[in-house]
Design a binder for this molecule. Structure first.
Ligand code: AMP
Length: 121
């Protein structure tokens, strides 16, 4: 599957639509999820055009990989949720209900998050 650069996160990266930015560097952008599922719900995305974790992990350069995953850890630390705990989720493909086809990791925290999975929709 080819990357579709009309997806909403590509548009955010191009500055065409706004986001509630939390952090940005050369490799990653972090912003608040528009429909938060927990008191802390942050999305972290790479700057490059990757559809999913599999695509990113296979295709990105070592520099991009290190930069992105370090940014992810930094954002979680700065959000102040390391001690209380947090969950990282990255959906990929239709069964996961991935809505936006640009690789992203959700950081969820700020309350007891319950079981890992709810009942299927
Ligand atoms: P996923 O289902 O893993 O693809 O998650 C996509 C996430 O992007 C959802 O949690 C949406 O609420 C979120 N989202 C969609 N559009 C925006 C936007 N413009 N700004 C911030 N978050 C968004």
């Amino acid at each position: 599957m080819a990357y579709d650069d009309s997806n909403i996160f590509a548009r955010i990266l191009r500055g065409e639509i706004p986001c509630a930015k939390i952090y940005e560097d050369e490799f990653a952008l972090a912003f608040s999820d528009i429909r938060p599922q927990a008191p802390t719900h942050i999305l972290v995305i790479p700057k490059g055009q990757y559809i999913s974790a599999a695509d990113f992990n296979a295709q990105a350069s070592d520099e991009e990989l290190a930069g992105f995953y370090r940014a992810l850890a930094y954002v979680a630390r700065e959000a102040g949720v390391e001690e209380s705990g947090y969950r990282l989720i990255s959906n990929a493909g239709p069964d996961s209900h991935q809505e936006v086809p640009h690789f992203h990791v959700h950081i969820l925290a700020g309350q007891k998050l319950g079981r890992m999975l709810g009942p299927p929709l």
